[in-house]
Design a protein around this ligand. Structure first.
Ligand SMILES: [Zn+2]
Length: 302
């Protein structure tokens, strides 16, 4: 080998080593995988699906007024923080910002984005279908918005309307008396529910820069009880009848300690749920049986 060939072979070896190094860099070691869907590369996504046990959380928020002092995106900002804290305890993929849900009752307030009924159903269904097509077998809905409660339960029920290769689970923590006790000790008010003491506290713990405590008392968050004469009835205008300012409670009493406790307790319960969803083999097996049966009901043993 002459000197030129020797130099060329050294250069070649260096380039080869660099190329090997690069291709190894392209796929991260598991520990370094982001939990954020949008931050994963395509090769990393394959690893993330495996590492997460084919699970993905969709934190569902909304754009709506939160009293005079909290941001429009409060529900999403806080439930994404809960998801993030849970995913640090139990690895799962977190779906990007999702703001589409039921919020017709706040259409009279500035900043509300209220998509139509079919749009919200179809968008969530198609999002789940696309996750399913990408190998996610277990989709966890984490609801950050009170107005979504009936919608998301209905959405879960509607998953049985046609055969699916994935299952949808809604985070639905059981009442825990010791947790209730811990929160009660820190709380100063009893009327709450929207931009009041709890939600203001959570935002103070999560993003204090977005809270305007000096404005929390500028509007009335009391229950106006304008439908108090109506007995044994539910009607869509109930919330507007009670809380026309789209504010329920007293945000002025918010405090960081309560907020930190709420975020810690919720994320702990969510991590526990993610763990149990990963281990769960029954739901998908029963769905399979059910869909087979529902395509031939006369064959179902009587
Ligand atoms: Zn809220």
């Amino acid at each position: 080998m002459n000197i030129t060939n020797r130099i060329l072979s050294v250069v070649f070896a260096v380039l080869l080593l660099a190329a090997i190094g690069k291709s190894q860099e392209a796929v991260k070691p598991e520990a370094a995988l982001s939990v954020h869907y949008e931050e994963l590369t395509a090769p990393e996504f394959i690893q993330a699906v495996a590492k997460s046990g084919a699970t993905c959380i969709i934190p569902v928020g909304i754009l709506e007024k939160h009293g005079p002092h909290l941001p429009l995106g409060t529900d999403l900002i806080d439930c994404r923080e809960v998801a993030l804290r849970a995913a640090k305890q139990e690895y799962t993929i977190i779906y990007p910002a999702y703001y589409v849900g039921q919020i017709f009752e706040a259409k009279h307030q500035p900043g509300t984005i209220a998509y139509s009924t079919w749009m919200m159903l179809n968008l969530l269904q198609e999002t789940c279908d696309e996750l399913g097509r990408n190998g996610i077998k277990k989709i966890i809905l984490l609801n950050g918005h009170g107005g979504n409660e009936s919608f998301l339960r209905f959405f879960c029920q509607a998953q049985l309307s046609s055969r699916k290769e994935y299952a949808v689970y809604l985070f639905d923590p059981a009442e825990d008396s010791s947790m209730e006790e811990a929160l009660k000790k820190l709380r100063k008010t009893t009327l709450d529910g929207h931009a009041g003491e709890e939600e203001t506290s959570a935002m103070l713990a999560n993003r204090p820069d977005l809270v305007h405590m000096d404005r929390a008392g500028e509007q009335n968050g009391e229950d106006q009880k304008r439908l108090a004469n109506l007995k044994h009835a539910y009607t869509g205008i109930w919330w507007y009848a009670s809380q026309p300012n789209h504010y329920r409670g007293y945000g002025s009493y918010g405090n960081k300690e309560l907020g930190e406790t709420i975020l810690k307790l919720e994320s702990g319960l969510l991590a526990e749920m993610v763990r149990s969803v990963k281990e769960d083999t029954v739901t998908l097996e029963l769905q399979k049986q059910f869909f087979e049966g529902s395509s031939a009901p006369l064959k179902t043993k009587q």
